[in-house]
Design a protein around this ligand. Sequence first.
Ligand code: C2E
Ligand code: CA
Ligand code: CA
Length: 246
Amino acid sequence: MRQEEIEQALKNKEIKVYLQPQVDLHTEKIVGAESLVRWEKDSAIIPPNEFIPFCEQTGYITQIDHYVLETVCSFIQKWKKKIPIAVNESRRHLYNPHHIEDLQRTVEKYEVEAKYIELEMTETAVVHDIKMAKEAERRVHALGFKVAMDDFGTGYSSFSMLREIQIDILKIDKSFVDEVTQDRRGKIIIEAIIQMAKRLEMITIAEGIETKEQAQYLKTIGCDIAQGYYYAFPIPIEKFERRYLA
Ligand code: C2E
Ligand code: CA
Ligand code: CA
């Protein structure tokens, strides 16, 4: 992949924002969505795993994430019944002093209350420099944004991070959900995570729900929200709006 290709893609607006619904396990209503990018190149769709790592290395991720937030805010602004939307925060941003000002400027520009934006951070971003991450969390909370921890449980320091950083939403990684209906040990672990999250007053979202059995089980153990192909695939933001918010 070459830098010029990404530059062209951004300029030609080939990078598109998709949204995947998040469903309340108890009411089965859509209570939010996560924004995920796709690169619509010629007539193919390139998934983020094929260009996000390159963009993180080269710094283009900053432009992509800014573009995603702008797009999301411009949509939220016109929704009568607003729902919160999650945006992925690359670890690059935590080290960019202008980033938080940029977040603030963008929500103000579209007159969107910051509480409708959930900033998803990953553990790898945070452990890299815990002091910086703590400071970033404190500042975004002061502005009213919500903070979610993405891919919870996949790294080495998930728990110590929870002690350090104030998190509103815990996203339990798909790898825990995959085997949850068969694996006794896996069940014990996920149940304990959900109990802990409740006591810490965090909302729990289970990622990668693919079957009815998984959904039912997660509901019985008190998980709040589910996101996965069982409910819906990520779809272009315009389509999401027509389908769910019209
Ligand atoms: P992620 O943040 O963990 O996003 C969840 C991924 O799981 C998405 O993959 C989503 O499409 C996929 N997924 C959702 N439900 C299911 C399911 O039931 N089964 C399976 N097998 N997968 C499911 P996607 O869209 O390919 O994104 C991959 C990763 O790329 C994301 O992982 C995120 O780390 C990154 N990414 C995507 N969009 C952005 C963005 O705008 N900015 C940044 N910085 N990273 C992004
Ligand atoms: Ca995410
Ligand atoms: Ca995730």
